[in-house]
Design a protein around this ligand. Structure first.
Ligand code: HEC
Length: 210
């Protein structure tokens, strides 16, 4: 009798185990869900559905036009011909005196020097006077009339969206870093242009003497 009882009990236990494990894909009921899921609205907690069910419109996105703390103002000029023309009037929003030019130089050398040259002469190792693997000629960024006359805003636009054979650098450099690199180029132009302007006067004199 005792044996029969043990055998029946074991068979029942095995049967229940098998039945309860298989079959349904449903996860089963959650007893006291507030203990499993935090009441606070966490990113992946199912409370989203609860919010939706209550009619709230909540999508985890910041309000349009929000600016992260410490972030620069968004650049609103679109990529278009008229955008390129308008970009020329955009001023560098950074405080020029507080820009760390050493850091800007580092960013330039990593991202731009390979084409525009460590000396900004438009002859980096990728171009190498036309013998390098990159066949499009990068413009010289110093001692060049076009570059000297180019405003900060135009440079920023071209680095942001790309220009001709040059790609966009918006994913490598954030807004602040792009303005820093532009300021670095302008600081180099200021240094190199000065002697050229100084020699301009005697050059004019010699032509007058001829
Ligand atoms: C892969 C090579 C390459 C790299 C890297 C590169 N450039 Fe250029 N860049 C070019 C070429 C080529 C042009 C000429 C594009 C044209 O006018 O068709 C150019 C043009 C420019 C211009 C003139 C844009 C205009 O409006 O006419 C500026 C300014 C400039 N580059 C700055 C930069 C800066 C800053 C970086 C680094 C963030 C950089 N470039 C990285 C190849 C490069």
């Amino acid at each position: 009798m005792k044996k029969l009882f043990v055998i029946t009990f074991c068979t029942l236990a095995v049967a229940i185990t098998i039945v309860s494990c298989g079959g349904s894909d449903k996860p089963g009921r959650s007893y006291m869900p507030d203990m499993s899921y935090s009441v606070a609205y966490e990113t992946y907690a199912p409370s989203d559905e609860r919010l939706k069910a209550s009619g709230a419109t909540y999508n985890h996105q910041p309000v349009k036009g929000s600016i992260a703390r410490g972030d620069a103002f968004p650049y609103t000029i679109p990529k278009s011909d008229s955008g390129y023309a308008r970009a020329a009037f955009v001023k560098n929003p950074l405080n020029i005196d507080s820009i760390n030019l050493k850091e800007a130089e580092r960013l330039y050398l990593i991202n731009c020097g390979i084409c525009h040259g460590a000396k900004l002469d438009g002859d980096g190792p990728l171009y190498k006077g036309g013998e390098g693997p990159f066949t499009a000629k990068p413009i010289p960024l110093v001692n060049d009339e076009k570059a000297n006359n180019m405003t900060d805003g135009t440079m920023f636009y071209s680095v942001t969206y790309g220009k001709g054979q040059m790609g966009s650098y918006a994913s490598q450099l954030n807004t602040k870093q792009r303005w820093e690199v532009v300021a670095y180029i302008k600081s180099k132009q200021a240094k190199k242009v000065a002697p050229a302007a100084a020699t301009g006067a005697p050059a004019a004199d010699t032509t007058a003497a001829k």
